[in-house]
Design a protein around this ligand. Structure first.
Ligand SMILES: OC[C@@H]1[C@@H](O)[C@H](O)[C@@H](O)c2nc(CNc3ccccc3)cn21
Length: 466
């Protein structure tokens, strides 16, 4: 891979931005197993709920699936070389539970562990620090057949899975993320059913959310027991700062509701040891099946909070009726604002303000932005690189917000751009591209985008400044 650092077109302001970050700040990129690996039926891998969901007509854009994806399963050497050429300090990836325990529990598939062994060793050989997400939504199908995350037993199966992986990789992996976005797993997967497993039952979402958090709490000590003493364990939550569209009382009321549903549902149990007061009533639902000791387990101390953020929430109070927490009306698209291909408003200050709120309201010792990025209409004409100026601007403005947050006291230790490469975007299939590297799926060619050159240049400037 040619040295791509010299091709970046950084402005003098970009160089100054790179220098604004403290020594030791970690720059990385993130992916997830089902979204990039492919190799869906190889070397003993079992089926996941996303294999099943993708195979269900009407669930995924054009019936697309992760059978091949970006074929990462067969391209470890090429892709780790690509990461190295970008100058990444870290790489966040997830473990496919069905590769390790095809039945969800019981028999271990060593070929699955061998794949991640090779990946970790490849990263370390190139000086790239692995950040391992143990669960990024690909629950083994047999566990869903028993009820999945609405069943308490799944939390215990997850902790067993986490220990199997930590036993194999814990001598080399020192950065662990138990879950990616339990809010999405619970609400999108079990509440409104637009993600796997496609259940539409809001009470089930609460129950699943509780068991996901229980699994997190059960797994933390199991991971620590098999990792080096200097290891750190955290969890990644998708969070968004909530803004009021006006000063009306109903807007203030709905801002609190939106914050409870979007953020505090998981922040409060994990970091404060209790659910938000009145939360279940605000949803018009029953409490999940909390057992004695659960909240103590869920709030077991963690070393960092991973934050996935892409946009903000702008709330306009509803005067006609008092909405339920998950039915707050958001402000319609604003003519003067910019939106990504996902329909998400581009609002860089939202990431800064979110990090400052977390610093102010929650006792987090360390924060990482474990995902931030944007989908735009990227095209490649078959030669040269891919021009994606809107993504360059998205990254530039959001990263500038990180520097402000650090300056104002946020204990931010690193940033992972979503994503290293274009990939399977869940129900959107391959129609949405988030990568800083373009994937030409018919040929599986990797084409660094303008944003990839820019990010590589920023990382080089940062390294030169320290
Ligand atoms: O949608 C982009 C990424 C996705 O590819 C990742 O797998 C996932 O971790 C991820 N989370 C968000 C933010 N959360 C979210 C909220 C509503 C719908 C979908 C995602 C964005 N993304």
């Amino acid at each position: 891979m040619q040295d791509i650092h010299n091709m970046s077109q950084l402005t003098s302001a970009d160089l100054e931005l790179a220098r604004a970050f403290p020594e030791g700040f970690l720059w990385g990129a993130a992916t997830a197993s089902y979204q990039i690996e492919g190799g869906a039926f190889e070397d003993g891998r079992g089926s996941s709920i996303w294999d099943d969901f993708s195979a269900t007509p009407g669930k995924v854009f054009q019936g697309e699936n992760g059978n091949v994806a970006a074929d990462h399963y067969h391209r470890l050497a090429e892709d780790t070389e690509l990461m190295s050429s970008l100058g990444l300090g870290a790489y966040r990836f997830s473990i496919a539970w069905p590769r390790i325990l095809p039945e969800g529990r019981g028999a271990i598939n060593n070929a699955g562990l061998d794949f991640y062994d090779r990946l970790v060793d490849g990263l370390l050989a190139k000086g790239i620090t692995p950040y391992v997400t143990l669960y990024h939504w690909d629950l083994p199908s047999p566990l869903q057949q028993e009820g999945g995350w609405v069943k308490r037993e799944t939390a215990f199966a997850y902790a067993d899975f986490a220990e199997v992986v930590a036993k194999r990789l814990g001598d080399r992996v020192t950065n662990w993320i138990t879950l990616n976005e339990p809010w999405c797993s619970a609400y999108l997967g079990y509440g409104i059913g637009i993600h796997a497993p496609g259940v539409q039952d809001r009470q089930a979402a609460l129950d699943a959310g509780h068991h996901l958090m229980l699994g997190h709490g059960l797994a933390v000590p199991r991971i620590r027991a098999h990792s080096a003493p200097n290891s750190q364990v955290g969890i990644t939550l998708n969070l968004a700062h909530v803004y009021a569209n006006d000063e009306r009382p109903e807007t203030q009321r709905d801002v609190a509701l939106a914050d409870a549903f979007s953020n505090r549902w998981f922040l409060d149990p994990i970091l404060r040891g209790h659910y938000t007061e009145g939360f279940f009533e605000q949803l018009g639902l029953n409490a999940p099946p909390v057992q004695d000791g659960d909240l103590a387990t869920i709030s077991t101390p963690i070393d960092f909070l991973g934050v996935n953020n892409y946009t903000r929430l702008l709330v306009k109070g509803n005067t006609e009726r008092i909405p339920l927490a998950d039915q707050v009306s958001l402000v319609a698209p604003i003519p003067s604002a910019c939106y990504t291909e996902m329909g998400w408003e581009v609002y860089p200050n939202g990431l800064r303000d979110l990090l400052l709120r977390l610093t102010k309201d929650y006792a987090v010792s360390k924060l990482y932005v474990t995902e931030n990025g944007a989908a735009f209409k990227d095209a490649w004409n078959g030669n040269g690189h891919v021009s994606d100026p809107r993504r360059v601007d998205y990254l530039r403005t959001h990263i500038a917000g990180l520097a402000e947050a650090i300056q104002q006291g946020a204990p931010l230790r690193g940033y992972f751009v979503w994503s290293l490469m274009d990939n399977f975007e869940w129900a959107e299939g391959y129609s949405k591209r988030f990568g800083i590297v373009y994937i030409d799926y018919p040929t599986q060619k990797r084409v660094v985008k303008e944003s990839g050159y820019w990010y590589a240049g920023l990382l080089k400037a940062f390294n030169q400044a320290h």
